[in-house]
Design a protein. Structure first.
Length: 134
């Protein structure tokens, strides 16, 4: 979770790389969120496809952070249990007792983390180099 104070400090630090650095990171962050959402949808278990179709990407107000997940109302409004949590964290099958787990959000985060970090570092390096050239 990103606090308002840490976000303000981050934006302030980014300004040393020039005014376009925040825009660069907003674009990188949005693309990162979209990749993570696509990965999570691909990894999500499929029965009816309803759960994967409801996976949402939410960007922070400043577009420097994102989260993926589900809106409980999408399930409860259709008379369904909010089952994504059971798929992600696991459950015991009611007949066999077998433990079943289909994580898709956490693996998507893990897969995206290193690429996002590399993309941010590359963008800041480009900005720093461009500032030295001037």
């Amino acid at each position: 979770r990103v606090s308002a104070g840490s976000l303000r400090a981050t934006i302030s630090n980014l300004r040393q790389y020039g005014t376009g650095s925040v825009r660069d990171l907003q674009a990188i962050t949005e693309e990162s969120g979209r990749r993570a959402q696509a990965t999570a949808k691909r990894l999500a278990p499929r029965d009816s496809g309803y759960m994967a179709s409801k996976l949402q990407l939410v960007l922070s107000a400043k577009r420097l952070a994102w989260r993926i997940g589900y809106d409980e109302a999408d399930f409860l409004g259709r008379g369904l249990a909010f089952y994504p949590v059971f798929q992600e964290l696991g459950f015991r099958h009611w007949i066999t007792g077998e433990f079943i787990q289909n994580p898709h959000i956490r693996p998507a985060h893990r897969l995206e983390a290193s690429r996002y970090t590399a993309d941010v570092a590359a963008a800041l390096r480009r900005r720093a180099l461009a500032m030295r050239v001037r």
